[in-house]
Design a binder for this molecule. Structure first.
Ligand code: SF4
Ligand code: SF4
Length: 57
């Protein structure tokens, strides 16, 4: 599953905009990943300017 350090996230929505299945949302300035929707494409791990999204087993 994708994990994102919410403390470091700038809520820029870059990962939100690039996720092909809309699995990521920013709600009240907090980024949330819905692992039930995520198809594990890892695009979000490449587009974040802070390199925050990462895959964990
Ligand atoms: S791995 Fe792909 S599908 Fe999953 S949250 Fe990231 S961009 Fe979206
Ligand atoms: S791209 Fe990075 S900084 Fe921007 S909302 Fe996503 S995790 Fe946060």
């Amino acid at each position: 599953m994708i994990e994102i350090d919410k403390e470091k996230c700038a809520a820029c929505c870059g990962c939100v905009d690039h996720c092909p299945v809309a699995a990521i949302s920013v709600i009240d300035d907090e980024v949330v990943v819905d692992s039930d929707i995520c198809m594990e494409c890892l695009i979000c791990t490449k587009v974040c300017p802070l390199g925050l999204p990462h895959w964990v087993d």
